[in-house]
Design a binder for this molecule. Structure first.
Ligand code: COA
Ligand code: ZN
Length: 331
């Protein structure tokens, strides 16, 4: 039975201010980034990936990473994370007092080269350096496996390669991993199989998944991952996001839509959905374009729409039989 073995409580990690803003053409003002993060902090998210400490030539929109970290109001219990690709990034992130550094490499060699200008082997050498910098600081470490479910240039990646990458991270002493579907090529059956395999091979390792809805499989993949025992999900307010170095990349699964679906299914998230929807509705004006989230447009499944007044006057409501007259199966 669906949801019988799924976790009853999950952790939702917000990535809009990193994955989302990195992909915007126009610079999002620092003050607006801080405003969004502070509002997200109050909404009950487990973690916020605030920004990334990368080359400002590679990702111009996040060139204000240090100022954003310095400007936000931290809420106890929320983990403030940042993406770092190399030693320089790690030093900047520690200086900015992040709670966690998120290391990233793609298991697709070609995407790793396009995105980070490194082979996978070179990435792991850089990570050894990063781990040396972070050691003893108390800062948490997460290893992201990008293109885990398919590379835009090389296609599907074998499960063995994903397991290899996770093992490499563990050998470096990483504390948790994030399996990222960078261009939305994972499908529910694959997600279930790969996530089960990672959980079985590394039973004590905290595993997060990070889905993009590029091909419309995002929320179905959440259900598949839940069934595989995953209890931590990266999501993005408004469903914005995407890697600028992956052709045709589009947004992450939306935080509002994901929380809404999970809560409807009886899976607790600890997130204030109304606050999120209200915040998500501010994004189009801030970014100057529409955003993919459905909830922002149509509201929750429990939000009733006004019945047309013209029909109300025709007395049809009174004429309809009461629901008692129907045999409603219990669900
Ligand atoms: N923070 C700030 N600046 C950095 C940096 C960091 N972490 N790492 C490198 N730089 C700067 C260098 O100082 C150098 O500056 P200069 O030209 O003024 O001297 C410049 O970037 C190039 O450095 P180099 O070491 O030659 O890097 P590269 O050109 O080979 O690029 C990365 C490698 C990893 C720095 C770059 O590809 C990058 O930042 N990629 C991030 C991509 C990303 O975030 N993608 C989306 C998330 S998955
Ligand atoms: Zn992403």
């Amino acid at each position: 039975m669906l949801f019988k073995n799924a976790p009853q409580r999950v952790y939702v990690n917000e990535v809009a201010t990193r994955d989302g803003f990195q992909n915007e053409d126009a610079f999002v003002p620092t003050v607006d980034k801080i405003h969004i993060i502070d509002r997200l902090s109050l909404a009950g998210l487990a973690k916020i990936e605030v920004t990334s400490f990368v080359s400002s030539k590679a990702i111009p929109n996040l060139r204000d990473a240090a100022d954003v970290m310095a400007g936000i109001t931290r809420r106890q219990g929320v983990v403030y994370s940042a993406l770092v690709p190399n030693r320089q990034g790690a030093l900047r992130a520690l200086e900015a007092k992040v709670d966690e550094v998120n290391l990233v490499m793609s298991i697709g060699e070609k995407h790793n080269l396009a995105n980070l200008r490194m082979t996978c082997a070179q990435s792991f050498v850089a990570f050894r350096d990063i781990m040396g910098v972070v050691k003893g600081s108390g800062v948490r470490t997460m290893g992201s496996v990008a293109t885990a479910f398919g590379c835009p240039f090389e296609g599907e990646q074998p499960l063995s390669r994903l397991l290899w990458a996770v093992e490499q991270y563990l050998e470096l002493g990483i504390q948790s991993v994030d399996l990222c579907d960078t261009v939305g090529t994972g499908h529910p059956r694959m997600i279930y199989t790969y996530c089960r395999a990672v959980k079985e091979a590394f039973p004590d390792l905290p595993v997060t998944v990070h889905f993009h809805d590029t091909r419309g499989m995002g929320l179905a993949n959440v259900v598949a991952a839940l069934e595989a025992g995953i209890n931590s999900f990266d999501t993005s307010l408004g469903g914005i996001g995407g890697c600028p170095y992956a052709p045709d990349a589009t947004g992450n699964i939306s935080t509002e839509d994901t929380v809404h679906m999970l809560e409807a299914c009886g899976v607790a998230t600890g997130v204030d959905l109304d606050a999120l929807i209200a915040l998500g509705r501010e994004l189009p004006a801030l970014l100057g374009h529409d955003v993919p989230s459905r909830l922002g447009k149509v509201g929750k499944r429990t939000d009733l729409k006004p019945f047309p007044a013209s029909l109300e006057q025709r007395g049809r409501i009174e004429a309809a039989p009461s629901t008692e007259a129907y045999r409603v199966p219990s669900v």
